[in-house]
Design a protein around this ligand. Sequence first.
Ligand code: NAG
Ligand code: NAG
Ligand code: NAG
Length: 659
Amino acid sequence: RWVVVVTALLVVTVSADINVAHKQQDINHLLYKITSPIKSSFNDLKEMSETWNPREHMDLCSDGGAAVEWLMGELENHRLLKQHHWFSLFNDRQRTEALWLFEVFMQCTDFEVFRNNAAYFREHMNEGEFVYALYAAVTHSDIGQYIVLPPLYEITPHLFTNSEIINKAYTALMTQTPGNFRMNFTGSKRNTEQRVAYFGEDIGINSHHVHWHLDFPFWWNRDKIDRKGELFFWAHHQLVARYDAERLSNYLPPVDELYWDSPIKDGFAAHTSYKYGGEFPTRPDNKEFEDVEGVACARDIKLLESRIRDAIALGYIININGSHTDINNEHGIDILGDIIESSAYSPNAAYYGSLHNQAHRVLGAQADPKRKFGMPPGIMEHFETATRDPAFFRLHKYINGIFKEHKDKLPPYTEQELLYSNVNITNVKVSKLSTYFEDFVFDVSNALDTPESFSYVSVTATISRLNHEPFTYNIHVQAKHDDEVTVRIYITPKRDENNIVLDIDESRWGAILLDTFWTKVHAGDNVITRKSSQSSVAIPDRVPFFELLEDADEAVANDAQLLHQEIRGCGHPMRLLLPKGTKEGLDFWLDVIVTSGDDAVHDELTIENHGSTHGYCGIHGMKYPDKRPMGFPFDRRIPEIGVFKVPNQHGQVVKIFHH
Ligand SMILES: *[C@@H]1O[C@H](CO)[C@@H](O)[C@H](O)[C@H]1NC(C)=O
Ligand SMILES: *[C@@H]1O[C@H](CO)[C@@H](O)[C@H](O)[C@H]1NC(C)=O
Ligand SMILES: *[C@@H]1O[C@H](CO)[C@@H](O)[C@H](O)[C@H]1NC(C)=O
C-alpha cells in the first residue's frame, strides 16, 4: 500500500516540474487585463497572438482541426460576438461560441498549441467567451493539470464588486494615486434583506458558485460525470440551508419560495455594471411575473413543474423513447437533478424542459421582459452574480421543495441501514464556536484598461466578510474491532425564528454538512480528532492573482519549481463553515454519525483526500467518494426518533457566538 502512495507522490512531483511554472505564467498572462490587448512585455504570447494561425496547426488537434475550422469560419464571416460586449452563458448563441472555443482547447495535443491558440483567440473573440472557455478548459483538460486558476473576482472584478468601487478605481487611475476603497453591500438598512447581503454578496460564495458550475456544467456532454444531477440538488440545497441559517441569526424568517402566480416580493438593485453594456437592470419590489420574449412564459414553466411533480407522484419518469425509468429509489434524485437543472444528461429534455435554467433567465429579464429598452441580462443570468439577488434563494427554495417532495416519498431509513454495530459514540467534544467579521482586501486593478504607458497603480477594494475562530472536534468512540469508518458531521438550527424548538423531522432539511471523512478505529477506546480547517466541504482563500503572477514569474526566472497546493475553486470558503452566531449564543444541533468504511467508493480515502473538497464538489475526474445518498441520514423523513438514535449517532446542542 505504501509503495503505491510513494509512487503516486513521485509522479506528482515529477510532472509538477518547471513546466508547471511556465504553464502558470502563460495562463496568468492570458488573463491579465482581459479587455486590453496582450501586454507587449509578454513577448512570446504577444508574438503568437499576431503571427499564429490556428488553421496552419490543425494537425496538432486531436479532432483534425474540426473545431478550429468551425470557429475560424464564423470569425471570418463576422458572425462571432464582438469584443467589448457583455457575455452570458445563458444566451444560447454566446454559449455556443464559447463552447466551440472550449472544444478547440480540449482538442489541443500539447500545451504549446493550447497556449498559442489561446493567444490568437484572446485577441479575436469576445473577452467573456474567452475567459469562460479558458476556465472550463483548464478545469477539464489534462493539459490544465496543476494550473491554479486565478480568483475570478480579480480577473473580472466588475461582476463581483459594485459600480461605486469601479468608478473610484477609475478616478484613482486617472489621478495616478493608489487607492483602497471600502465596498458596501448593496441596499440600505431600510431593506431588511440587507442584513444577510454579506452572505449572498460574499465574493467567496460567488466564486464557489461559478466554479461549481464550471466543474459540473449543465451543457456537459462528454464523459459521464458521476452523480452530477444529485450534486446539483445537494450543492444548491446546502446553499439554501446555509442562507436560512444566516437569516436566523439576523432575526429573519427562512427565505420563502418563489411562486409563479404571486409577485416577486423583494426587488433588487444590483449597483453593479457591466464593463461594457451599462448597468445591471434593477427589479422593483412586488414585481408580477411577465412572460419573457424568446425565453419562456410563466405558463410554460408551470407546465414543466407539473410534469416533474407528476413524475414524482407516479414514481417514474418518461424517457424520450416512451419507456419508463423508476425514480422511487436512491438514484432517483440523480435523474431528477439532471431533469430539473436541466443538464445535457436529461433523459427527456423535450418533455421536462429546463426548469432551472429557464427560471434564471426569466427572473433575470423581469426588468425588461419585452426587450423594449435593450437592457443587458440581469443579475440572475450569471453564475458570478446570481447569489447576490435574494430571488436566487427563493428560486432554489422552490426547486428544493420539488426535490424534497421526491425524498419524502422514499421510506425512512431503517435501523439496519443506520446502525453500524462496531462503533458506539460515547462523547463528542468541540471547542468554542464563534464567528466574527473581518476586513478582506482584493485587487480590482484588472477592471481597468490602461494604456501601457501608464505606470501601474494599485487599486484595491476592502470588503467585510464573515469568519470564525478555528475549532476542533474530539469524537470519542468505542469499537469492537479495528476498521475503517466513515464520519459525517452536521449542524442544524435548533429553533425557528420564533424561538420555537423544532422537531427533528422539521429541522432535518436544514442540516448543514460541516465535514465528512474517512478514518480508522482500533478495538477499544478511540478519540477521533478533527480540525475545522480539514473540512471537506470548504476551501481556503484563493491565491491572489498578483501572488500567482509573482510566483510564476519568479519560478520561471530561476528555473525553479512551482507548487501551489490548493487548486480547486469549488467549495464553500473555509471562513463560512459556521453560520453567524449571536452575542448570547445561537443553538444548533451538532450531529456526528459514524458508519462503516464500506461507504467509501475508493480505497485509501483514509490517507488520500483527492483535493479535499469532495463534500459539495465530488472528486475531480473520479466517482463521488461516498456511496450513500448525499445528505445521509437527514435526507429522508425521520418519523421515529427512536429508530434514528442508533449508538453510532450522537447529537448534542452547541452554541455559536458572534463577537
Ligand atoms: C460605503 O458607506 C460609507 C458609509 O455609509 C460611505 O461613506 C462610503 O462612501 C460608501 N462607499 C462606497 C464605495 O460607496
Ligand atoms: C429507451 O430509452 C431508455 C433510456 O435511455 C433505454 O434504457 C432503453 O433501452 C430504450 N428503449 C428502447 C426500446 O429503445
Ligand atoms: C454499544 O452499546 C450497546 C448498549 O447500549 C452495547 O450493547 C454494545 O455492545 C456497545 N457496542 C460497542 C462497540 O461497545
